[in-house]
Ligand binder design. Structure first.
Ligand code: R5P
Length: 299
């Protein structure tokens, strides 16, 4: 089968690991910016008849990267690719998945519709904020990878008397999966976020964490406000240590300092977004998802 991984600068390392696991070659796209600020990408090889796995993550600067992604999809098709399977390890705007306030857009819909319109034949995401957004807004085949085994594997044997916590009810499923893998108890906290200021408060809740190591698991750490509030809360309840695991470490505005100041002992994330705490890779989970997609598309 004629499969090639195409990588942009947003995900070179992850794309290289993926191409090794898939046993195919990798091509890095040429990228530049015109003097007026417009973006340029070029696939420097012909791709006649090939199936392309285009890997491009949408972390900051997310708007620029989004445009690069659309351009790269069109460039791959123009270079002769027969099928373009787009892998977006981190999908920006995925948290705006409904109109929370009147007059707001459904941003994730706009992102998905544009990827489809640019020529993607399939989309693979990683730990999308609400996976059902894919079914809601995409016509093309799609899959969402939950790399919980890789993430939780890091903590196996390192925690004593572990309890896994979701920082809000929406993240409970992820905490449940993590707890099963660790053979631990799990629970969730009640988070309240001010929709205008963004400030996070954790409602005090009686938890059986006394003397145990608490692992807080979430999809994203952005400012760190959510996990910092959760950490303070469980330390007050008598937890021995607090660890944090997330898939996407956006880590804006001194987030790591905020987390360590709130008593978090260690933060671990995947390589969907490169960061100082990206200690595990989603490459194996993605290779499995790409192979399944190739089979589903009869390629
Ligand atoms: C929100 O629902 C997400 O799942 C994360 O909990 C949130 O994005 C984390 O943001 P921050 O680190 O800024 O609190």
């Amino acid at each position: 089968m004629n499969v090639k991984v195409i990588a942009t600068s947003s995900s070179l390392g992850l794309a290289a690991r993926l191409s090794t696991l898939l046993g195919c070659s990798m091509i890095a796209v040429d990228e530049k910016v015109f003097p007026d600020g417009e973006k340029y990408v070029r696939v420097p090889h012909r791709l006649e008849g090939s199936t392309v796995v285009l890997v491009h993550s949408l972390y900051q600067p997310q708007d620029e990267r989004f445009l690069q992604l659309l351009l790269a999809i069109d460039a791959a098709k123009g270079a002769g690719a027969k099928h373009v399977i787009v892998v977006v390890p981190y999908v920006a705007y995925a948290r705006q998945d409904k109109r929370f306030l009147e007059g707001e857009p459904i941003s994730v819909k706009v992102i998905f519709k544009a990827i489809e319109a640019a020529g993607a034949d399939a989309l693979i995401t990683v730990d999308l904020h609400r996976p059902s957004s894919l079914d809601e807004w995409l016509e093309i085949p799609h899959a969402n990878v939950i790399p919980i085994e890789a993430l939780i594997g890091y903590f196996r044997g390192r925690l004593s008397n572990p309890v896994v916590l979701a920082p809000d009810r929406g993240a409970l499923h992820r905490a449940q999966l993590a707890a099963q893998l660790l053979g631990a108890q799990y629970d969730y906290l009640e988070k309240v976020r001010d929709r205008v200021t963004g400030e996070v408060k954790v409602v005090p809740k009686s938890l059986d964490v006394r003397g145990g190591d608490v692992l807080i698991v979430d999809d994203i750490i952005s400012t760190g406000g959510t996990i910092a509030a959760a950490s303070k809360s469980v330390l007050t309840e008598g937890a021995r240590n607090v660890y944090a695991a997330c898939t996407h470490a956006l880590l804006v505005s001194g987030a790591l300092d905020r987390l360590y100041a709130a008593g978090v002992r260690e933060v671990v994330a995947t390589d969907t977004v490169p960061s100082p705490v990206s200690k595990v890779s989603v490459a194996e989970s993605l290779a499995k998802a790409v192979n399944e997609m190739l089979t589903a598309l009869s390629l």
